[in-house]
Design a protein around this ligand. Structure first.
Ligand code: HEC
Ligand code: HEC
Ligand code: HEC
Length: 424
């Protein structure tokens, strides 16, 4: 009797907490989209046009979305998946998008495809956000149909990508519902196709995926939008695309940079070179200009710490290494050689908050992408064998202090550590 009464009292006391917890979970669940994302449509669907014009549009859109680059392993069948993405908590492999009915998306309807692109949930369950569905959610129906038609017209492959290797609890697709509740907010105000620049930048172009500062557990909070970010797993830094960074470019110069991978302010390298090569070089001049205008118009105004340029940088070991190994190409005062070697004065790697790109360039050198607008790029040799880690730290400190406004204090150990995390 007494026990029952005690239990009743305990239950009464706990009830408000249980209700409050349920209410919070309910709100979080509603904010990630409610039940809708989990109702994946199956079975036969409507017929989608697949005439030559639709296929050509689908191919163009697939290039903008960079589907093939992410869904193809080096040397493997195009779109058959298997490319590995290293994250802090394991490795995810892209899937087979070819029309193979068993291993690809051969038996998907247009509705199912559109659902997966919009909501990031497929018949396999909730997808990892390495697949940029948060960005693809704004893609218009007509464009999704064209993408679908184009994918269905590609050669089928029965390749089976390796299974993901994630650490618990992230290895469970159910746990991803929890992640979505905490971090994923479908963007209701997503760009409409008539705002072409924004539609491409925030949509298929998924620029913010690399250029934003990530929050906890790989999330992309709104305040980090285009604020610059370290790219998980591969040791590169994507600079902020804010008003300070982009003011160096006119609209036309920025459009040219996107299509050609080069400009008088430097060329695209690392992951950005890949984006130019497999995606942006296919942009029509109109689309490139629309994207450039949008990027400049909406560039966030981020507070930047002003670091006084160190006068002392002109002397010392870093300056000696620079004069010996770098000045021939980049000029005595970092002015570069127009059309051949980039100026270091306003170069991304020199001004970026994170020194990793500069260290990487010196270690491994670089070769800009060959594009129609930059048919014979000049390259930078690797210095990994020529300079020791102390010399590399000194020369990177020198260029960043002299011309980047960065109080750079790298040591030989820092350079060794960066050497260690770099993955091709
Ligand atoms: C940044 C790399 C990246 C890009 C770009 C990308 N994908 Fe993916 N995609 C992935 C990864 C990784 C997965 C697997 C996610 C998982 O297993 O949870 C995936 C999964 C998918 C799926 C789910 C497949 C299934 O069987 O569940 C579809 C559909 C898809 N992508 C289509 C596309 C299309 C279409 C494009 C281009 C418009 C595209 N992806 C661009 C990386 C990418
Ligand atoms: C896979 C990651 C990744 C994606 C996706 C990506 N970028 Fe980049 N981007 C980088 C990295 C890394 C750099 C720094 C290296 C360099 O300057 O080439 C960079 C550099 C740039 C620069 C040079 C900035 C400057 O100050 O000169 C611009 C402009 C740029 N990206 C625009 C874009 C746009 C627009 C998109 C979307 C269409 C995009 N990026 C998508 C990784 C990425
Ligand atoms: C033979 C000519 C040459 C020499 C020598 C050379 N570079 Fe470069 N450097 C280049 C070229 C070309 C690029 C553009 C490479 C690319 O985009 O892939 C470049 C790019 C860079 C960048 C990236 C610029 C950006 O846009 O962010 C940095 C930093 C850099 N070099 C520093 C150095 C330093 C430090 C040295 C000396 C240790 C050096 N370079 C020696 C030709 C050279």
């Amino acid at each position: 009797m007494r026990l029952r009464r005690v239990l009743a009292v305990v239950a009464l006391v706990l009830l408000p907490f249980v209700l409050a917890a349920a209410a919070i979970l309910g709100v979080l669940f509603a904010r990630q989209g409610g039940f809708e994302p989990y109702r994946v449509p199956h079975g036969a669907g409507r017929t989608v046009p697949s005439d030559a014009a639709t296929l050509a549009r689908g191919e163009y859109l697939a290039r903008l979305g960079n589907c093939t680059a992410c869904h193809t392993v080096r040397g493997g069948a195009p779109l058959a998946g298997g490319r590995a993405f290293a994250t802090g908590i394991g490795t995810i492999y892209s899937t087979n998008l070819t029309p193979d009915p068993q291993h690809g998306i051969g038996d998907w309807s247009a509705e199912e495809f559109a659902h997966v692109m919009r909501h990031g949930v497929s018949r396999r369950g909730v997808l990892y956000p390495v697949f940029p569905y948060a960005h693809f959610a704004n893609v218009a129906d007509q464009d999704l149909d064209a993408l679908y038609a184009w994918l269905r017209a590609q050669p089928a492959s029965d390749f089976v990508p390796p299974p993901n290797r994630m650490e618990p609890p992230a290895d469970s697709r159910l746990a991803l519902i929890g992640w979505r509740m905490l971090y994923f907010r479908p963007d209701e105000a997503a760009a409409k196709p008539d705002d072409r620049g924004r539609y491409l930048v925030d949509g298929l172009g998924h620029c913010a995926m690399c250029h934003s500062t990530r929050g906890e557990r790989g999330s992309l909070p709104p305040e980090g939008y285009m604020a610059g970010g370290s790219i998980p797993g591969i040791g590169w830094y994507a600079p902020p695309l804010d008003s300070v960074q982009l003011q160096r470019y006119s609209d036309e110069q920025l459009a040219d940079y996107l299509r050609n991978g080069s400009s008088e302010h430097g060329s695209a390298y690392g992951p950005m070179a890949e984006v130019v090569y497999s995606s942006l070089r296919w942009l029509t001049p109109d689309d490139a200009l629309a994207m450039a205008r949008h990027l400049k118009r909406s560039a966030p105004r981020l507070a930047r710490a002003e670091v006084p340029v160190a006068q002392a940088a002109a002397e010392g070991k870093g300056a000696d290494v620079y004069a010996r190994a770098c000045a021939d190409c980049h000029g005595k005062n970092g002015e570069g050689e127009p059309g051949a070697y980039p100026a270091l004065r306003d170069a991304v790697a020199v001004t970026a908050p994170d020194p990793i790109n500069a260290v990487r360039m010196v270690l491994y050198g670089g070769m800009p992408v060959t594009t129609a607008g930059n048919p014979q790029p000049h390259s930078m040799p690797p210095f990994v064998q020529q300079l020791d880690s102390g010399e590399i730290a000194a020369v990177v400190n020198h260029i960043r202090r002299s011309w980047g406004g960065r109080d750079s204090r790298l040591t030989a150990e820092d350079v060794d550590a960066m050497h260690g995390i770099v993955i091709d």
